[in-house]
Design a protein around this ligand. Structure first.
Ligand code: PHE
Length: 326
């Protein structure tokens, strides 16, 4: 009877009530066992054993049937609950480096390969490191060109990274090959200037350095950075802390439909020069034994030329539409 009912059942609920009817506390099997009173004369051990066997058989069949029904349920739901694989997926946005960060990284990698190690310096600087030690004394006219943000008479937001040269040369001995990348500040704001921008300062001090070593390193860097034929110009210039001083310009050709005629412009990329002997002796380096060169590169300038950005301010406005292009 139990076998028939179990095999015929097709859902877990029916199955469970069949189990209770036969194997439950007051079920059919227990009722039969109670009839076997061992104190009575009609005690029959064989009957007891066969009832227990039936109990086991029923329970095993119950388990088997339960498994069968469960797998039928799963099969059924696989056929009925169909996912629509043609629905468009959910887009996840992938971030990217800010153009300034990319340029900084590329620059670092290049100079690292040439053996320049990186140091960090304070953005709030003492005027001694930013000016005096760099041969720019209190009443020097070039102090005015720096459009400095002053805190008080001694403290300022650094106007360039060149102060790092002094900090390093005071505490280390030649030979030295150092770079430092960071934010600098000047009171300036138009499409070519923002009050905060980035510079990389690089400098070497060694026994046999000359201007050609400097020029070669910088030309290699710029050719590597722009990865195409570029025309560069090494032009004499003036910085109080280098002698001789130079600037490197890049030839920028615009061949737009509006202008019809290609328009060639020299754009200034960086300042450099041999470290002024006065600066070296300010930090106690023997100018008979050692010479040095230094350069300062504007990171924004590189980024603008590389990515054809015409207004520097967009670099810091965090406009998602602009940033998504990178
Ligand atoms: N500090 C200079 C500037 O900000 C750049 C420079 C660095 C020039 C090192 C010469 C040597 O314009």
């Amino acid at each position: 009877q139990a076998k028939k009912k179990l095999i015929a059942s097709n859902n877990i609920g029916d199955l469970e009530s069949i189990r209770v009817a036969f194997l439950g506390k007051n079920g059919y099997i227990n009722q039969q066992l109670k009839l076997l009173n061992p104190t009575k004369l009609n005690m029959n051990p064989e009957l007891g054993a066969s009832i227990n066997q039936a109990k086991k058989d029923i329970y095993n069949l119950f388990l088997k049937q339960k498994k069968t029904i469960q797998s039928q349920i799963i099969k059924h739901s696989l056929h009925t609950q169909i996912s629509d694989i043609t629905l468009p997926g959910r887009q996840s946005e992938i971030g990217a480096f800010h153009p300034i960060t990319s340029v900084i990284e590329q620059t670092k990698i290049f100079f690292n390969h040439l053996g320049f190690s990186e140091v960090d310096g304070p953005e709030i600087e003492n005027d001694y490191f930013n000016f005096d030690a760099l041969n720019i004394p209190k009443n020097h006219p070039s102090r005015n060109q720096h459009d400095t943000f002053w805190f008080d008479t001694n403290l300022l937001l650094r106007t360039h990274t060149s102060g790092i040269q002094i900090r390093c040369m005071l505490y280390e001995t030649p030979p030295m090959r150092i770079m430092s990348i960071g934010k600098v500040y000047r009171k300036d704001y138009d499409n070519k200037h923002t009050p905060m921008f980035h510079q990389i300062e690089g400098f070497m001090v060694d026994s046999n350095l000359n201007l050609m070593n400097l020029k070669k390193i910088l030309y290699d860097f710029l050719h590597n950075f722009f990865k195409k034929d570029i025309t560069l110009r090494f032009r004499p210039s003036y910085f109080p802390f280098t002698e001789p001083s130079a600037e490197i310009d890049i030839l920028y050709t615009t061949n737009t439909i509006q202008s019809k005629q290609p328009e060639d412009k020299w754009i200034e990329l960086l300042g450099c020069g041999m470290i002024h002997p006065k600066v070296l002796s300010n930090v106690g380096i023997d100018t008979k034994k050692f010479s040095g060169f230094a350069f300062g590169i504007g990171i924004e300038r590189l980024a603008m030329l590389l990515y054809h950005i015409t207004d520097m301010r967009v670099l810091f406005e965090n406009d998602i539409q602009f940033l998504n292009q990178f």
